[in-house]
Design a protein around this ligand. Structure first.
Ligand SMILES: [Zn+2]
Length: 106
């Protein structure tokens, strides 16, 4: 996927459209647990590790399995406002093999 380096976007802080600097960040794996269950699990001394974190009926994934690995990753694009220098994160990631930032046209 090709993305321009500078994009005109709406800035919720400046409340208008401003040029934004586009940058790529590494997407971290999120948890499948809800906030409440994480809180309760933490109190029980759990909520550690990857995946379901040993969600009660299944044992915890202690070693990362390579089976069924996806060839694409979701993008994690950050937009930095050129006026207030605040960074906004994209709402939804798009599955793509690689992301290349190219110079904006015009
Ligand atoms: Zn701004």
């Amino acid at each position: 996927m090709k993305i321009p380096k500078i994009k005109r976007r709406y800035c919720p802080y400046c409340k208008k459209h401003t040029p934004h600097k586009v940058s790529q960040a590494k997407r971290r794996q999120g948890s499948s647990l809800t906030k409440g269950s994480k809180h309760r699990a933490r109190k029980r001394g759990r909520a550690r590790g990857l995946g379901s974190r040993g969600r009660y009926s299944k044992p915890a994934i202690t070693k990362f399995k390579m089976s069924g690995k996806k060839a694409t990753k979701k993008t994690d694009i950050r937009y930095e406002c050129s006026e207030c220098k605040k960074v906004h994160v994209q709402k939804h990631g798009v599955r793509t093999k690689r992301v290349s930032l190219n110079e904006a046209k015009g």
